[in-house]
Design a protein around this ligand. Structure first.
Ligand code: ATP
Ligand code: MG
Length: 259
């Protein structure tokens, strides 16, 4: 059985973060492990509280994981504290972690910044460089390269510029586009559109977490980067198309739609 690790925050409502990651990994028939960097009190209507782990305790979790059950791939979600980012980067290097997917969660769909300037700097200068692939949404891609993105041509320009900031690949997610849901993969100087049907479903809580975890699972399975992204995109489309409708706000996906 392949083993996949998520390093992220807990979502007590079960739709995003650690919980979305574990469901995604389980639906891919893989063994899921988690290093929890924060507890959040949230649900489909908003985030009401955050309680961070100490950097030392994050390090202790990673020591326990890497010295015992070595992950075949690692997914890193939102980390809003530069000291925790430094511990994560140190441990990934110490244990020579492979197949690292970084979801550089920095800006909410509403446009509000989720990270302070120091954490933003740590993500850009220290976390992103260790990734095999990063998965910014459009506002995050704009923040990474200081370009406005409104058209496919601008997505391409941004992807080219961001790819100069790391040796890994960049996937700019098109979930915020108007009519389509096309993502753009830029790897080794080659751009590939990962086309997707836009599903008319307001329940999109956790799409970003789910996509990055599914990419990690496909990489763990031994697929190429491009195939991994294509498979992960198809999986997210399936979880949305299943039409689960829970909660009073933007509800969660059906991670187990085909089981
Ligand atoms: N309505 C939709 N129909 C089909 N695919 C979608 C839809 N919304 C998002 N996606 C897909 O979901 C994935 C996540 O993209 P999105 O842009 O929503 O990320 P995100 O903003 O980081 O998500 P999150 O808000 O969970 O952090 C992408 O593959 C995107 O194309
Ligand atoms: Mg996101």
């Amino acid at each position: 059985m392949k083993k996949v690790l998520t390093i992220a925050g807990s979502d007590c409502s079960g739709g995003a973060g650690i919980q979305a990651d574990i469901k995604t990994m389980t639906a891919h028939k893989m063994y899921a492990m988690s290093a929890i960097i924060a507890l959040t009190a949230q649900n489909t209507t908003g985030v009401y509280g955050v309680m961070e782990a100490t950097p030392e305790f994050v390090g202790q979790q990673l020591d326990c994981i890497f010295t015992d059950i070595f992950p075949d791939a690692v997914k890193i979600g939102m980390v809003s504290n530069s000291r925790i980012i430094d511990v994560i980067v140190e441990k990934l290097k110490q244990y020579q972690a492979r197949k690292i997917v970084v979801d550089p969660v920095m800006i909410a769909t509403s446009g509000s910044r989720l990270l302070n300037a120091e954490a933003m700097d740590a993500v850009i200068t220290r976390l992103i460089p260790v990734a095999d692939i990063i998965t910014p949404n459009i506002p995050e891609a704009e923040a990474l390269c200081n370009l406005q993105i409104a058209t496919p041509a601008e997505m391409l320009e941004a992807a080219e510029k961001i790819s100069g900031m790391l040796s890994g690949a960049v996937l700019i997610k098109g979930g915020h586009l108007a009519d389509v849901a096309d993502d753009l993969l830029y790897a080794n100087g080659e751009a590939t559109w990962i086309r997707g049907e836009r599903i008319n479903n307001p329940n999109t809580h956790g799409t970003g977490c789910t996509l990055s975890s599914a990419i990690a699972c496909n990489l763990a399975a031994g697929h190429s980067l491009k195939q991994s992204v294509m498979n992960a995109k198809a999986y997210v489309t399936g979880t949305l198309r299943a039409g689960l409708d829970l909660g009073k706000g933007s509800g969660p996906l059906n991670h187990c739609y085909y089981l």
